[in-house]
Every structure is written in C-alpha cells, then in structure tokens.
Design a protein around this ligand. Structure first.
Ligand code: HEM
Length: 494
C-alpha cells in the first residue's frame, strides 16, 4: 500500500479499487437502471469498498456490513454530511429541511425537533386512532372489492396516514381551488427527487435539463407544493389563533388531537426552542415527512404481500398467528402486535431482501479518512449498498430465499434499528432514519389485519411462478407491475 509520512504518522493514500472508467462518463455507463444490482456485481469483482466516478463526481460504494459499520458507526461523525443536489435543493427548500440539510447547527436543531416532538414513541402512539381508522377503511374497501389492487391500496393508505398525522386531515386535491390530485403530485415529486440529474454529475451538460424540460418540471412541482403548504400553514395558523382566543381550558380540550403542523407552529410561537424555526423550515420538515415516509413505507407492504403470496406456508403461519393472538376478533389492535413474533420476522425478512431505498441516502465525509485500509478523500459521495448487504451470502444462509424463520429464536436479536450492520434498511448513526417507529407501527398493523380478516390468493388461473417480481427504477424500489390479489373474507362465528 503506498503511504506518505507526515509527522511520523503513516498516512494511507491508496484509493479503494476501481472498475475501469471511461472519459467523461467515468463509471456512469455501468450503473444501468438498477444501480443496486449493478453495484453488487461490480463489488463481487472489485471488493466491498470501491472507488468510482459518476461524471466528474468521485464516489465510494460500501457493499459489506463491515465497511458500512466503519462509515456509519466508527466514522459516523465525519460521514454525516449529505451530497448537494440541485433538484433536492429546489424541491426541499434550499436544504432548510432535515433530510437534505448539510451537517451543522441548522440540521442538528431541526433533527432534534423531529426526534423529540414529531416522531418520538409517545407522539407515534398519539396517532394510534388514525392508524386504526385508516386500516379499518382499507379492510372495508377490500371486503367490497374482493379483487384488490394491493399496490394502489397500500400507497393510498400510507399517504392518508401521513396526511392525517402531519396535516390533520386527508387531502385528495391540492389547494382550495381543487387542482391536481395529491397522490399524483407526490408521485411526480418522488420521481423527480429520485431521477438522475445530469447537471449534478457533468456540469457542462447542465443545459440538457433546460432542453428536455426537466428544469421546468422541477420548478412547477416545487411551486405547486409550496402553494399547497402555504395554504396548509395559513389554515393551521388561523385555527391556532382561534383556539388561543377561546376562553376556557375546557373549550380547548374539546379540540381534536394536534397534528405535526400544529406542533411546529406552536414551537415557533412560544419560542421555547431557543432558536428560530422559520416558515421555510416548517414547510421543509413537513415535506420531508411525505418524501421520506410514504413511498418507503408502502413498498414494504407491497413486497411483504408479494412474498407471502409466493409462499403459501409462510402466509398460513402468519395468518394462524394473527388469528390466535386476535382471539377470533374481527380486528387486530395495536396491543396485540407485541405478541406477534412471526409478523416481526416477516417484516425483517422483507426489509432484508427489499430495503425500500436500496442505496440509502448518500453521505459525504467532511475530512479525508481511512476506511478498511483505503483512503477516502474529503467530500467523496459515499453510498452504502444496503440491498447487497442484505443478500450477502457471507452473512445470510440462502440469501435469495424468503425465510422469516431466520429471524426467530436467536435470530430475533438482529434488528433494523441501526445497531446490526447486516440489516440496515433505515441507515444508522446520526443521520439514520428517525421515522422507524412511525413506519413500522402502520406496516405491522395493516399486515396483521390483512391476514386476520382475509384469506389471500393470486388472481384466478395465475401460478406463483407467473407473479412478476420486476422492480420499478427510482429512489425507492417498488414493483414494476402492480400487485393484484383476491381476498376471501374470513367467516366469523356468531
Ligand atoms: C419503511 C419505511 C422507511 C424507510 C425504509 C426509511 C429509510 C430511511 C433511510 C435509509 C434514511 C437515510 C438514513 C441514513 O442516511 O443513514 C432515512 C432518513 C430519513 N427518514 Fe426515513 N425511512 C422510512 C420511513 C420514514 C418515515 C415514516 C418518516 C417520517 C414520517 C421518515 C423520515 C426520515 C427523515 C426525516 C430522514 C432524514 C434524517 C436525516 O437526514 O437526519 N422516514 N430514512
């Protein structure tokens, strides 16, 4: 290994191994539509830490649990920066949110607000009624339909739960004058956020975005969402002012539960935080909840049900657990979930094989650092291939098989909360996902009720092998072909 000596300390200068690079493109041509898969293939040849170049941008990719641990635990402090992106800046308020904010005081303050006030266990608990009501609505709709587009149903459900928790009610249309459907707009927002922006990687090709209309699309969506959030904030401000002018405590208690916008506006008003929370911050944080919390959550349900339909014995075992724990009742409630160990194993197995954001959210070290014996220069875009780690045959027996049993008994100790680097769908460390409890509370409740209330099968005449397992490219990986299944309501004894 080449080294230089400074102040008697050996410094490693060798970069991690690289696949051959092309002029201008670097390694971009090797990524294809499914970067997590191509990067896994490259890592098999070049090792668990690789150095690549996307256009002019140097990139390091970690594909082993050990390398991920070095980045997100040993050197987490150094790797807590995010990579700038022109699209994210436009869509998420010039980095004034949480997820795209540079590592520093502003991010620390907003993240603190999020962890303590918005997504704490206590707060997640306060939305229990929202989850239970929305799950009941979904179950009723399924009973009426019988042949169910599960992809669509899960997307609507997660969206409605986040909408009610964050904004206090569901919004099917944007703005008071009608306008585009909220779901449609969010879909386009996510598509743009996850799209490959040429200008970020090959600056002199930035003009392409203007030429193809990409820049106009980004500006339009940013404006539509901002108009909508302006209205939401105004509406909430008026409500809080009315409430403050009410005379008695009793009157106030009659009000409905606080939503996340209420909480942020109250913190902004009473100035107890000790730092200003601007209107841009409030809008950015709320938009983060949608960007980070809807698409991600629903793909877990989509892949879980896909695998359950492919594995009838696994479905049966989960169904039996739900019906035993639910004691024959029509509904499973959240208190029952603690006892459902097989359900937890199914969730873990789904997150192992289908981490919703397979390459997590890229980080950036503020100082040069040595990882696994290689030099990673300051500012290098650093990606962790959580998808490849979840399918690493050095860690998992039969990694391509869906076997929730691996997470029972001793296996149940392996968790996804950022301590076990073989299972990191939510990332880890300072920038790890703060929405785990929020996401899993909904996902567990929905899946438990689906198998408790119904027997599930594939559409008539379809064989298990015919179930399309293709992925839709993007930031989050959902199914390319919608998942459709048939439900038979369970007969309840009178
Ligand atoms: C299954 C569902 C979810 C998955 C798989 C997921 C995954 C992730 C991942 C991989 C990151 C980046 C972590 C890192 O850099 O180490 C992240 C960040 C984040 N997530 Fe989630 N997430 C989910 C649900 C949610 C929900 C429901 C919310 C909020 C309601 C949320 C809010 C956030 C925020 C605000 C960040 C940015 C944290 C920061 O940069 O400091 N997530 N999430």
């Amino acid at each position: 290994t080449p080294t230089t000596t400074t102040n008697n300390k050996k410094r490693i200068t060798k970069l991690p191994p690289s696949p051959p690079k092309l002029p201008v493109l670097g390694n971009l041509h090797q990524l294809g539509l499914y970067a997590h898969r191509s990067l896994q293939t490259l890592a098999r040849r070049h090792g668990p830490l690789m150095h690549l170049r996307f256009g002019t941008v140097p990139v390091v990719v970690a594909s082993s649990a050990a390398a991920a641990r070095e980045i997100m635990k040993t050197h987490d402090h150094n790797f807590s920066g995010r990579v700038e992106s022109a699209v994210a800046a436009k869509l998420l308020y010039d980095y004034e949110d949480i997820s795209t904010a540079p590592y520093g005081e502003g991010w620390r303050q907003r993240r603190g607000v999020c962890v303590v006030h918005l997504l704490s266990n206590r707060r997640v608990q306060s939305f229990r009624r929202v989850r239970e009501e929305e799950t009941a609505i979904l179950m009723k709709r399924m009973r009426d339909q019988r042949v169910v587009d599960l992809s669509e149903s899960f997307a609507t459900l997660t969206n409605d739960v986040v909408c009610r928790a964050a904004l206090g009610r569901k919004y099917s249309e944007l703005g008071s004058n009608g306008g585009r459907k909220f779901n449609e707009l969010l879909l386009e927002f996510m598509e743009l956020l996850g799209s490959f922006n040429v200008g970020d990687f090959i600056p002199w090709l930035r003009w392409i975005n203007i030429f193809t209309g990409f820049s106009v699309r980004v500006d339009t969506i940013a404006k539509e969402f901002d108009d909508f959030l302006e209205e939401v904030v105004d509406e909430h401000t008026r409500k809080l002012e009315n409430r403050a002018s009410r005379e008695t405590e009793e009157d106030r208690e009659e009000e409905e539960e606080e939503d996340l916008v209420d909480i942020l506006l109250n913190l902004q008003r009473d100035k107890s935080l000790g730092f200003p929370l601007t209107r841009k911050n409030v809008k950015g944080i709320i938009l983060d909840m949608f960007a980070a919390g809807t698409d991600t959550s629903y793909t877990v349900l989509e892949w879980a049900m896909t695998e359950l339909l492919r594995h009838p014995k696994t479905m049966e075992r989960l169904r039996d657990e739900a019906r035993r724990v639910g004691k024959g009742e029509a509904e499973i409630n959240e208190d029952d979930l603690d006892e459902m160990l097989y359900l937890k194993a199914v969730m873990k197995e789904t997150l192992r094989m289908y981490p919703p954001i397979p390459l997590l959210v890229p980080r950036k070290p503020s100082r040069s650092v040595e990882i696994e014996g290689y030099h990673v220069p300051a500012g290098t875009m650093t990606m962790v291939n959580a998808w490849a780690i979840g399918r690493d045959p050095g860690i998992w027996e039969q990694p391509e098989e869906f076997k929730p049993e691996r997470f029972l008994n001793d296996g149940c100790k392996v968790d996804f909360r950022g301590q076990d680097f073989e299972l990191i769908p939510f990332g880890a460390g300072r920038r790890g996902c703060p929405g785990i409890s929020f996401a899993m509370a909904t996902n567990e409740l929905v899946l438990a009720n689906m198998v408790n209330g119904f027997d599930w099968s594939l559409p008539e005449g379809m064989r298990v092998e015919e179930l399309d397992m293709g992925e839709c490219p993007g930031l989050t990986i959902h199914k390319k072909v919608k998942l459709v299944a048939v439900c038979t309501p369970r007969q309840l004894h009178a």
